[in-house]
Design a protein around this ligand. Structure first.
Ligand SMILES: [Zn+2]
Length: 164
């Protein structure tokens, strides 16, 4: 796929940011999310810039295991709400709105601590999973996956499921 625009993919461009089960609809994007063909959206960050979003990347990490759950984005309001609710709040750059992770699905993430990197241009939310998972996709048993990085990238073309 040559196009890098979000809307050319027929699905949400980045599962890490924009797809919560809260607003998911049907099987669209199944191939992107379940397949083993690499289709990495290298245009994602430049698209965020073109759209003018005032956000920083956020690493979501399980505070107990150290597992990286996914990467999202936050603006200042999302960070403020994260402190206020003691639960991970992000900004959906594709839906262009505040996104309280898991508000509908139940897979909310309780806040343990927020860290910032040296240059203060990214955040680390250390969290605990309130539900079973953190990803909107489901494994073979029908359970929410615990995190979004369930496939290894073998090379530029090929992915491999590591949770199967
Ligand atoms: Zn995911």
């Amino acid at each position: 796929m040559a196009e890098t625009h979000d809307h050319s993919r027929g699905a949400e461009p980045s599962p890490d940011v924009s797809n919560d089960s809260d607003l998911e609809e049907g099987p669209v994007g199944d191939d992107l999310e379940e397949g083993t063909v690499a289709s990495i959206d290298f245009g994602k960050v430049s698209q965020i810039g073109r759209d003018g979003h005032q956000v920083v990347p956020v690493v979501l990490q399980d505070a107990d295991t150290g597992d990286v759950l996914f990467i999202g984005y936050a603006n200042d309001e999302a960070l403020r709400l994260t402190f206020e609710r003691r639960s991970a709040v992000l900004y959906s750059t594709s839906r262009d709105e505040i996104w309280h992770k898991g508000a509908t699905s139940g897979d909310t993430l309780s806040l343990v601590e927020v860290r910032v990197n040296c240059e203060q241009n990214s955040l680390l939310y250390r969290v605990r999973r309130d539900g079973g998972g953190a990803c909107h996709t489901r494994d073979a048993d029908g359970s929410s996956r615990p995190g979004c990085y369930y496939r290894a990238v073998e090379d530029l073309q090929q992915l491999r499921h590591i949770d199967a």
